[in-house]
Design a protein around this ligand. Sequence first.
Ligand SMILES: [Zn+2]
Length: 66
Amino acid sequence: MRFIPSCKEVSELLSQAQDRPLTLKEKLALYVHLPLCEGCRNFSRQLGFIRSAVKRYIERDDTPRS
Ligand SMILES: [Zn+2]
């Protein structure tokens, strides 16, 4: 298994993260790729991925998603 996932894999994971919780392995893939890749960072920002992920860690926010 490659350690750094491709942009295609990352964008797919980001899309899937909207619909289901990611596994630890999948999150790890994002966290190694995103700091290295501005394109995927921009994409994840558009999806609000980082904000919601960080928010979950910081606030433990249980607000249900509509
Ligand atoms: Zn990328």
